[in-house]
Design a protein. Structure first.
Length: 239
């Protein structure tokens, strides 16, 4: 993958702060008494460090060296083992809990997706819990994602941002984001492809990989999933 510009990684936590999604995953970790877990696609580690404790070891895995570089420098980073890589780079077995938060699963395209689930199943012990969320394609969140000439300040100076959104194939949304550092005129372009999978296709993929779906929620307070929910939250058991 092409890595993120570290200056844009510095903005990530401001745009994606701790919130009810993180509370959901922390509560679930406590409920299942997680002792050794994986946060796959951990990004800046904003949630990851809060999951680690004296009683629970956490491995944070992300293919972005910029993201992991940021994570390694945050408060509490020493409590976590950080790995630059994807599911193929998860070492060890017998993990009792794994999460993919912040819609990570949508960043995993094509054949990489079922392989990721198989890798996780191999790494997890029988009975372990896997939890993640994915945006519901029926809610068409991408319809509101385009913007033009948005200005804001950052620790790297004033920014001018623009995003073009398209749907190049069924179930795939492409984001082209341009960020101009107006003090210098330098412009950073990022293209991101997001997979939008529906509840049933994700459930089928999970079963194929060796997981049983225990619950699907439509929000962070465990309302059972309905077809008009904005998100699909999966809680699964390795079988
Ligand atoms: C939207 S961020 C979410 C970060 C973090 N989990 C959170 O909740 O803030 C998506 C992350 O997925 C990572 N990612 C992209 N492809 C991946 C893959 N194949 N396996 C695991 N993570 C991946 C990206 O590098 C990025 O850090």
């Amino acid at each position: 993958m092409t890595d993120y510009d570290p200056r844009l990684v510095d903005l990530y936590d401001r745009d994606n702060p701790d919130g009810p999604d993180h509370d959901f995953y922390r509560t679930l970790a406590s409920e299942v008494r997680a002792r050794n877990m994986v946060d796959l696609g951990c990004g800046t580690g904003i949630l990851t460090v809060t999951l680690a404790s004296a009683e629970r070891t956490v491995v944070g895995v992300d293919p972005s060296a910029s993201m992991i570089g940021f994570a390694r420098n945050r408060l509490g980073a020493a409590r976590v083992d950080w790995v630059v890589g994807d599911s193929r780079n998860i070492t060890g077995t017998g993990y009792d809990f794994a999460v993919m938060t912040g819609n990570v699963v949508q960043a995993i395209p094509g054949a990489d997706w079922p392989r990721t689930l198989r890798d996780l199943r191999r790494a997890m012990g029988h009975g372990g819990t896997l939890a993640f969320e994915s945006r519901n394609p029926a809610a068409r969140a991408w319809d509101n994602w385009a913007f033009e000439d948005k200005r804001r300040d950052s620790q790297h100076g004033p920014l001018l941002e623009r995003r073009i959104v398209s749907a190049p194939a069924p179930g795939v949304v492409e984001l082209q984001t341009s960020t101009t550092f107006t003090a210098t005129g330098e412009c950073v372009h990022e293209t991101q492809l997001l997979a939008f999978r529906d509840r049933n296709s994700i459930a089928d993929d999970l079963v194929e990989a060796g997981f049983a779906v225990e619950a699907t929620y439509g929000d962070w307070v465990r309302t059972p999933y309905a077809d008009d929910a904005p998100i699909i939250v999966f809680v699964c058991r390795a079988v």
